[in-house]
Design a protein around this ligand. Structure first.
Ligand code: EPZ
Length: 423
């Protein structure tokens, strides 16, 4: 397994270009099941998770090939309707194939995802939604076994906002007979992007971007090409790199991003003392003279993203004061905290609340990646720490950040990937 070796304290500045959004791509790819034929998805990121989804679609019979950031998918050859455990255990987003397989082929056998680094990841909202649209669903030996003659439109009210369940149900409803109304739908940009992709394919969806989606089922859809939106979490991660390890008096310019998708992250960075210049497709950040403590509570879009919580704690570890970070989406998403403490961070955890008492400096040490965003948090802390930090098991980071070490080196970081070894 690989590790990153980071010699901290190098002041970062320069320009970084954001890749396409992982979580948008992972929704667009299964949507190609809905209409047989050839698609090209432009600006897709080169990531382990995208490869996992490609392998899953191929196991069903689709042809998938990549030319740099263009992903070509031909779904005409699908003849198997299963998402086996070996795919789903690697990546929960595999459950996204459930809705499209049922909508197009009337059958699906999809493994339950099990848990992840920070606890259970239920899919009850996905299953309830399919049932409401008329699917017969049994759970057998860790699999969702589902059949439906043809989905019938229904009113679906999610008691909690769920990105995945909204996407899955939307992909089921576009070929249903009649009208489906999804209430309390997720409004994350990745879901809006999926809705736009489906509309381009011929779907009829009203309320895109709002929490109420009205979908008029159609008889068939057709393949289209599409361009993936920029990754707002990667953009936010590089902005925090600028705040925690940026060169005083200089800037990190995060380009090819969509500042509107960053929600409250930019205003929270300004509260922490960073100076931001926000353009139409870039954000430039100048680090604070002194990092101010800023409380954050994660929320659904366009609140502070849970996928940025770990990175924010890394920044607050060096603030001049105490901050309270409340995780309201995944209550136990704190596996990064004990690892940050190994670098000298002073963090007290109580249920889903982290109290971060800022320290003067972090000191490099060996730390272990546990999941994607925790890895990002450890890298950010290592960039700011005195001395050398080794971040082990970086296959986690390769799931969601394209060439992160190269992008950071281009900003002046001293970070190298070491392969092999038992790390
Ligand atoms: C998506 O996961 C993202 N993944 C996650 O990003 C992100 O953290 C999450 O949305 C929240 O924004 C992808 O898009 C591939 P949810 P998803 O359904 O769809 C509960 C990353 O780092 N819930 O919105 O799985 C759930 O437990 C990843 O890129 C149910 O109870 O998240 C959570 O508490 C990590 N039952 C809340 O809803 C369900 O059936 C929100 O989860 C589904 C979800």
């Amino acid at each position: 397994m690989d590790k990153f070796v980071i010699r901290g304290g190098k002041p970062l500045s320069g320009t970084v270009r954001v890749s396409g959004a992982k979580n948008a791509t992972l929704a667009l790819m299964p949507a190609t099941i809905l209409a047989p034929g050839s698609y090209t998805l432009h600006n897709t990121p080169i990531l382990r998770d995208v490869t996992t989804m490609s392998r899953l679609l191929e196991s069903m019979g689709s042809a998938v090939s990549r030319e740099r950031h263009d992903l070509r998918i031909n779904s005409a050859g699908i003849s198997r309707f299963e998402a086996p455990y070996e795919h789903v255990k690697k990546m929960r987003a595999s459950v996204y194939v459930l809705g499209p397989l049922l909508a197009r082929y009337g059958q699906a056998r999809v493994s339950l995802p099990g848990g992840c680094a920070w606890g259970p990841r239920p899919v009850n909202l996905h299953i309830d939604g399919m049932r409401k649209l008329g699917a017969a669903i049994d759970l057998e030996a860790g699999y969702i076994v589902a059949t439906v003659k043809k989905f019938k439109g229904a009113r679906i009210l999610f008691d909690i906002s769920s990105v995945g369940a909204t996407g899955n149900v939307m992909m089921a409803a576009v070929l249903a007979k009649g009208t489906t109304v999804i209430e309390n739908a997720a409004m994350e940009p990745e879901i809006t992007s999926l809705a736009e992709f489906l509309t381009n394919m011929g779907a009829q969806i009203d309320g895109i971007g709002s929490s109420t989606l009205e979908i008029e089922g159609v008889d068939e859809l057709h393949p289209v090409d599409f361009t993936t939106i920029p990754d707002r979490i990667e953009a936010g991660t590089f902005l925090i790199a600028g705040a925690v390890a940026g060169k005083q008096g200089a800037k990190i310019r995060v380009e090819e991003c969509n500042p509107r998708h960053l929600g409250v992250v930019t205003s929270k960075l300004e509260d922490a003392g960073a100076k931001l210049e926000i353009g139409p497709d870039f954000v430039a950040i100048e680090p604070p003279d002194e990092i101010r403590p800023v409380n954050v509570t994660t929320a659904i879009y366009s609140g502070f993203p849970t996928d940025m919580q770990a990175q924010w704690i890394a920044l607050m570890s060096l603030a001049a004061g105490t901050s309270i970070i409340t995780e309201s989406i995944y209550f136990d998403r704190f596996t990064h905290v004990p690892e940050l403490s190994r670098l000298g961070a002073n963090i007290a955890l109580k249920k889903n609340v982290a109290t971060v008492i800022g320290v003067k400096e972090l000191v490099g040490a060996k730390v272990m990646s546990t999941d994607l965003r925790a890895s990002a948090s450890l890298i950010l802390a290592g960039l700011a720490a005195r001395g050398t930090t080794e971040v082990l098991r970086v296959y986690h980071i390769d799931r969601g950040y394209e060439s992160i070490e190269k992008k950071l080196r281009d900003l002046g970081a001293d970070i190298t990937r070491r392969s092999g070894g038992e790390f």
